[in-house]
Design a protein around this ligand. Sequence first.
Ligand code: GLC
Length: 667
Amino acid sequence: MKTTLRTSLALACAIAFPACAAAAPAWPAIRSTIPHDAAHDAALDARVRAIVAGMTLAQKIGQMTQAEIKSVTPDDVRKYYLGSVLNGGGSWPNNNKRASAADWVALADQYYHASMATDMTVKVPVVWGIDAIHGHSNVYGATLYPHNIGLGAARDPQLAHAIGAATARAVRATGIAWVFGPTIAVVRDDRWGRTYESFSENPLLVASYAGPYVAGLQGKLAGDGFVLATAKHFMGDGGTDQGRDRGVTKASQAQMMQIHAQGYYTALGAGAQTVMASFNSWNDVGAGVDYGKVHGSRAVLTDILKTRLGFDGFVVSDWNGIGEVPGCKDDSCAQAINAGIDMAMVPEQWKSFIANTIAQVESGDIPMARIDDAVSRIVRVKLRAGLFDKRPSQNAWAGRQDALEDRALARRAVRESLVLLKNQGPTLPLKAGTRILVVGKSAASLSNQTGGWSLTWQGTENTNADFAHADTILAGIEQAAGAGKVTYSLDAADVDVRNYDVVIAIVGERPYAEGEGDIGLMGTLRHSSRYPEDLAVLQAVAGRGKPVITVLVAGRPLYVNDLLNLSDVFVAAWLPGTEGRGVADLLLAGGQGHGFTGKLSFSWPASACQASLNVGDAGYAPLFAYGYGLSTSTRSKLAQLTTSFPAAGCGASNSSSINHPVSLVQP
Ligand code: GLC
């Protein structure tokens, strides 16, 4: 018997017969907080049924199709009955990187009017989706918040709620009603290029953020200041072998349920109306069940997500995700639709996708009942979101350039996200009048401090001028220290350290996103192997009689014992976003009297190959444990650390972890 069939049968059995449930793990039924009452639901369902009943097959498949704005005109939306458009990272109205909120709204209105000009019996408005994953991060002039790894270190779900709400207002200011976020991955191997999109390695910490963030974005789906949220990527995106992007997650059902699904319990409970399918595959090696690519797995997208968890919103595929299902193509995958994909993100080949999918329904490869279910889910979500009621420009926030910003909130988030790992240098905060030498490549780089998904997909091809209303970390230090008190040198080659009281070295990773940021199979976490310039600049300033404060700007924990040995103070700053002043707030006396409160949301490695190091694991031996973080006044006593590392790289992951019992740790 095919393992996938056995899986479905086991789950079907657990659903149909209580006795079976004892054999299968119990997926909890989640009740959304979106207003539910019998009369309201009945009226909504009746309206959905009436709309869908009046649709042709072409109109239904069009509704299930999402195209990228660079490859679809408003008139295409009309002609092909498209249900959604998106813009990928680095895609803007008229390809104008500095498009204003009004420019975005104008295009959104054009798509909306086109969708309302079809020959459908009941016109269904198009919905625009965007990745606003740390503020409205694709839009010129927007405030960019710390990426999720920093928010997790803040241990402040209320902050996440506030950021979600601020992001919703910013997104509505541009005429858009749907955000592909939050990412609620539970990252277990830090070599993954999306580690920074995760709140934590701890599933319960992720769960503590997922619900509030969704609630911040969606509110109660009432008023003008909310957007549709997307819980992503379902399921197991953070658990792939060696952190390989789109790789294989080898996990038992219990591990999926207790680790990778935890964020969905609170996100769906908070009423998330959409879920994005994950690129990874799932292989329950211990049970001998290989679910394959999630995008093609009915067991995952329907049996677990929709039937067991009770999700009644819609599932959107990831970018050409259906094309990665074995035997499928970017524009053709009956298996993915039958598995439970309701809307297909087919950025370029959307036209042939529509034609192919119509043919697959007509041939019987896709049952019409599946199509009707998918379209009903999409229409239901659009009705709940009030999208039928008014065009984008009629939203109270539309065109509000000021709504793109909330710099005070972001600066607070930066302060709360910083984790003090070593404190053996000068008393912090530095007193007024201190003569400061700042060095390092990430002191004056808004690209480095905002990371991936910032104006562009990879966060590259940007200059500081592309970030209106932003402060580098250096600018923050200069503003707090006062005129004439700060000198900056990229590599310290042209300065004499003895002329200063203290050195602040701001170093770290350059921007990346998704697989581009993977460290790779057998790769080590040793930072200096990829960025030798950071070790070089610390070697140039350390040991010259002046204390060194190092600020690491990076998207994940790293093996940096060599940098720690050369530092008297060491701060993990993650990817703080546009508000560099938040870093100076904790380092300098002028910083409004705030102190370090951040706590590690990811364990910090003691050796170069501790990439899969997670609190609760057997044999857990980090350098700094999950939850570690010094206060400003707490001194540390860190001895000299080993700087050894395996030149040949790390061995394969310890596959025995696949079946070890999950021990959950409170946030
Ligand atoms: C990407 C990402 C996903 C994002 C989507 C649209 O491939 O996996 O998180 O929402 O494409 O940009």
